[in-house]
Design a protein around this ligand. Structure first.
Ligand SMILES: [Fe+2]
Ligand SMILES: [Fe+2]
Length: 212
């Protein structure tokens, strides 16, 4: 059983932990949108980029609504108390950003955006389809279907852009960047799992209802 499957075991038994995780995923979608806006010069903003930003904000909103519903409205913001492994989630994004910048050697906001998007969309492609089924079992069917389709489109777009902007070095760089993303993702998941374990230890009754 991998770390993510382990996490799902905790979420099945404690919907408040699950809701906090969903709020954290919402935060990651929001950071994704904000990072595009902060990092891109106006000269780089096309209809495709605008579409990407607005879709990431919408993904954040979709996850946020599920988190609110599942928690009975108890997770209003992205304050750490409402998240699961919030700092580790932020570290995931920061780590990618810094690692990609180091790999590029010469600062290039456009390439950084393309590589970070590609790595994140690849991760979403590995996690979201099975997580969508799990959410369905937990009473939230089909939540991720539109998101999965849009993430796939983002992946295709950035792959095409990278083919133009960094064709020669792309595959070589991606080998190292994918390894980095894997390490950062593992660290985030492990921290989430640790917080679930601590939560259970501190709460022997293991509260199931979010309103209890
Ligand atoms: Fe997204
Ligand atoms: Fe995306």
């Amino acid at each position: 059983m991998n770390t993510f499957e382990n996490l799902l075991g905790y979420f099945k038994k404690d919907s408040m932990l699950h809701a906090r995780f969903i709020n954290t995923i919402s935060l990651l979608e929001y950071i994704g949108a904000r990072k595009i806006l902060k990092s891109q010069h106006e000269g780089a903003i096309s209809a495709t980029v605008l579409g990407h930003v607005s879709e990431e904000i919408r993904h954040a909103q979709i996850f946020k609504r599920v988190a609110l519903k599942m928690s009975g409205g108890k997770l209003p913001t992205y304050d750490d108390q409402y998240l699961l492994a919030g700092p580790a989630a932020r570290d995931y994004f920061q780590g990618l950003d810094h690692g990609i910048a180091a790999e590029l050697e010469i600062p290039n906001g456009w390439l950084n955006y393309l590589y970070s998007t590609l790595l994140i969309e690849e991760r979403a492609g590995k996690i979201y389809p099975s997580y969508n089924l799990f959410l369905g079992e937990q009473g939230f069917p089909g939540v991720l279907e539109a998101i999965v389709l849009e993430e796939n489109e983002h992946l295709k777009d950035v792959y095409d852009f990278l083919g133009e902007a960094d064709a020669e070095k792309m595959e070589m760089r991606l080998v190292r960047m994918r390894a980095l993303e894997e390490r950062l993702y593992d660290a985030f998941m492990k921290q989430a799992l640790t917080e679930c374990q601590v939560h259970v230890q501190n709460e022997p009754s293991w509260t199931i209802s979010p309103t209890a």
